[in-house]
Write a protein that binds this ligand. Sequence first.
Ligand code: PBG
Length: 331
Amino acid sequence: MDQGVFPAVRPRRLRSTPAMRRLVAETRIDPAQLVLPLFVRDDIVEPTPLQSMPGVVQHTFDSLKGAVAEAAEVGLGGVMLFGVPADSAKDASGSAATDPDGVLNAATRLVASEVGEALVVQTDLCLDEFTDHGHCGVLAADGSVDNDATLVRYRDMAVEQARAGSALLGLSGMMDGQVAAVRAALDADGFEHVAILAYAAKYASAFYGPFREAVGSTLRGDRKTYQLDPANGREGLREALLDVAEGADVVMVKPALSYLDLVAEVSAAVSVPTWAYQVSGEYAMIEAAAANGWIDRERAILESLTSIRRAGAEAVLTYWAVEVARTLKGL
Ligand code: PBG
């Protein structure tokens, strides 16, 4: 036999059996590294399914309790709460966001008291769900988003969310200086222990489309004056470094799958945890393709999450969190 034509190096040995593949797998997903985003309304009596996100609902307070209990039961790391106020509760400054009885603060209080020990209760800190114009901040006279006036609103929101029992505030508005402003407000009010998850590299993405249905967004126009241009990688890294310097406890890259380069770069550059958000459009794409029989749904879900983890995300926000946790645990 001519030895020269046969390989001396055979990587396939490590792929030969399921047991061997399991042993050498570099990346694992643990339910504790998954965070479930949840939508809650205070003006509905039944959970309301979302057309563009099959399997996801807007919760009533009652069904929210059940969903959070289930999240805890399957061992998730946390839940991220989004409040969906009635249209009549929206105004130019997003007042309901700082009302202790506003939908998000009330839901947070309910959830934190029930499961605050079993998992990390997190809240979205942004104004877009609460404003009648749908922007993530308040507007200046010329209609532009007023950065510094928005920071004043974020500070007040942060204190209300902390008071309601949120343990980790998800700053998703992409205003300059938002982390420093919120940190100072929390510390001044005795909430030094409440942590900040900074949506550091959040891109102006078409993949948020279904989310806009989920929160009943009224946005006209776009968010390109505050969210990042998908063309820019270095700018995303700069935002993450700035957020860490301002005191972020965790940084987030969002969306996930189209931005894995950022997940890798940010996680290599910072010493705080780097997370990624598998957003609504990423969910909808896989669900829609699977519904058509074009891809294997379960494999696609696990592959996408594995890739996000492999790129460097320590935890992932995903609408499939409960299902994946059950699969992993063989439930
Ligand atoms: C803003 C916010 C958005 C998402 C989470 N927080 C939407 C946006 O920036 O337009 C999107 C999440 C998703 O698409 O799953 N509060």
